[in-house]
Design a protein around this ligand. Structure first.
Ligand SMILES: [Zn+2]
Length: 92
């Protein structure tokens, strides 16, 4: 029973959920994001609402934040990161 002598790693469970899962090719070439994980997408209304909420909260919580830019991949439209513009002159 070779099956029981096998170590079970992340790839094993990903494959179990999705038979098409390919561990060697799990990241997009353009932005190195997981192809198999649901990520926020540019142009998705629901995702944009979450992004707006996040930015509004950030601006509210951190008064030295001037603005926040949500960055998306130009190739596949996946959300990558938030870039905050910070006012360094302003102290807490
Ligand atoms: Zn991409």
């Amino acid at each position: 029973m070779a099956k029981y002598n096998k170590s079970l790693d992340r790839a094993y469970f990903e494959k179990k959920k999705n038979p098409k899962y390919d561990d060697g090719d799990k990241l997009t070439k353009c932005c190195k994001q997981s192809k198999y994980q649901k990520t926020m997408m540019k142009g998705n209304k629901e995702d944009w609402r979450l992004i707006e909420d996040h930015i509004e909260r950030t601006l509210y919580d951190y008064t030295n934040t001037i603005s926040v830019t949500p960055k998306f991949c130009n190739e596949c439209d996946r959300f990558i990161e938030y870039i905050s513009k910070i006012n360094l002159e302003k102290t807490w």
